[in-house]
Design a protein around this ligand. Structure first.
Ligand code: AP5
Ligand code: MG
Length: 184
């Protein structure tokens, strides 16, 4: 199974990514986690990544490709993946499609977890990761609307968009994605 989870900050990409990866026995590839691991490693690149993540700005595409592509390639070789947060710009989607062609794999579905902004903010304030302050959350939501939401139409145009009501319980969302993905 090869799925992409697309959704605003707090929409449940990480939660569903873990649950679906374990169900389908594939790797959960979360770009935010890959980038945070680089920050923890304390490399110069990690310091650069941290400066974007701290503000809630997207990390430049080239850095994302350099760090995330090897993880996607390894997961593809092991039979599939649940992509969480990558691609999240149109240039990243074009590059990811190109990578898919080189690896001879295609996405089964791009799952859009649709959740109202008020619910997203409430969830993130309750979690309190380093980038979960009210001000940074507001900015992350704006960045999603401006830069990542065009991917909804991008994948709809390619016939693989699966829109899901992400304000349901985590269990109900997983069940819906499992049943709709298996029908593809
Ligand atoms: P990233 O780590 O991807 O964060 P995000 O997109 O802001 O999303 P979150 O991880 O905050 O939320 P989520 O959708 O995973 O929800 P979760 O399951 O945790 O990116 C962080 C930063 O890294 C970016 O700002 C950027 O700087 C950089 N970055 C990452 N990828 C990049 C890329 N491709 N290009 C450029 N830059 C990139 O849930 C949130 C909370 O809600 C949790 O507490 C959870 O328990 C709860 N919850 C989840 N589901 C439910 C539910 N159904 N009901 C009730 N509560 C729920
Ligand atoms: Mg996440």
């Amino acid at each position: 199974m090869r799925l992409l989870l697309l959704g605003a900050p707090g929409s449940g990409k990480g939660t569903q990514g873990q649950r679906l990866a374990s169900h389908f026995d594939v790797q959960h590839v979360a770009s935010g986690d890959v980038l945070r691991a680089e920050v923890r490693a304390g490399t110069p690149l990690g310091r650069e990544v941290a400066s974007y993540q701290r503000r809630g700005d997207l990390v430049p595409d080239q850095i994302v490709f350099d760090l995330v592509t090897p993880v996607v390639v390894a997961a593809a070789a092991r039979g599939g993946y649940i992509l969480d947060g990558f691609p999240r710009t149109v240039p990243q989607a074009i590059e990811a499609a190109d990578l898919g062609r080189r690896l001879d794999v295609t996405l089964d579905a791009a799952v859009y977890l649709n959740v109202p902004d008020s619910v997203l903010t409430e969830r993130l304030l309750a979690r309190a990761r380093a980038d979960d302050s009210a001000e940074v959350i507001r900015h992350r939501l704006q960045v999603f609307t401006k830069t990542s939401s065009p991917l909804i139409d991008y994948y709809r145009d390619r016939g693989i968009l699966m829109e899901v009501d992400g304000s349901q319980s985590a269990e109900a969302i997983t069940a819906e994605i499992k049943s709709r993905a298996s029908g593809r």
